[in-house]
Write a protein that binds this ligand. Structure first.
Ligand code: 4IP
Ligand code: ZN
Length: 148
């Protein structure tokens, strides 16, 4: 279906396996009515390359901002999260405006989802712990009510 939004963002690796590295990659994100997809991108040619991952809109349980890491580098000051079965996908916008725009669109496309949750973790999952509530189980229920 048609692209609703398109933007180059930094994303954190989802660490689907215990052995997955923690790293940050620049990807082209495309939001449509059925999915959010991210692609490798050729900055010089300004061209989309291979598909790296997708999250189905119907799988999304919650979207929201994330508290930036303490001493976050300038390019990681405006994080947001897309929470689905696999856990959170962390994405970093270049400004609060762009982050707001994406969250607004995302909330709109997920609004009729079956499994929306109102509790989330406002800080990162990092070093085997939720930095907000110190819970050490990744699946642990969110510790704060979604406001916005
Ligand atoms: C990869 O690290 C990339 O960060 C992947 O991101 C990421 O996949 C992998 O995490 C991680 O291991 P290397 O490139 O150093 O191998 P991308 O797909 O954007 O390239 P995600 O799942 O974040 O897309 P795991 O958890 O999938 O292994
Ligand atoms: Zn928490």
């Amino acid at each position: 279906s048609d692209n609703l939004l398109e933007e180059i963002f930094i994303k954190r690796s989802q660490q689907k396996k215990k052995t997955s590295p923690l790293n940050f990659k620049e990807r082209l994100f495309i939001l449509t009515l059925d999915k959010i997809a991210y692609y490798d991108y050729d900055l010089d040619k300004g061209k989309k390359k291979g598909l790296k991952g997708t999250v189905g809109i119907d799988k999304i349980k919650c979207v929201g901002t994330v508290q930036p890491e303490p001493c976050a580098p300038a390019e990681r000051l405006y994080p947001f999260q897309i929470i689905y079965d696999e856990g959170p996908l962390y994405i970093f916008a270049k400004s609060d405006e762009v982050r707001k725009q994406w969250l607004h669109k995302l909330r709109h496309v997920v609004r009729f989802n079956k499994d929306l949750i109102q509790k989330y973790h406002p800080c990162f999952w990092m070093d085997g712990m939720w930095q907000c509530c110190q819970q050490e189980v990744k699946q642990a229920m969110g510790c704060r009510m979604l406001e916005n």
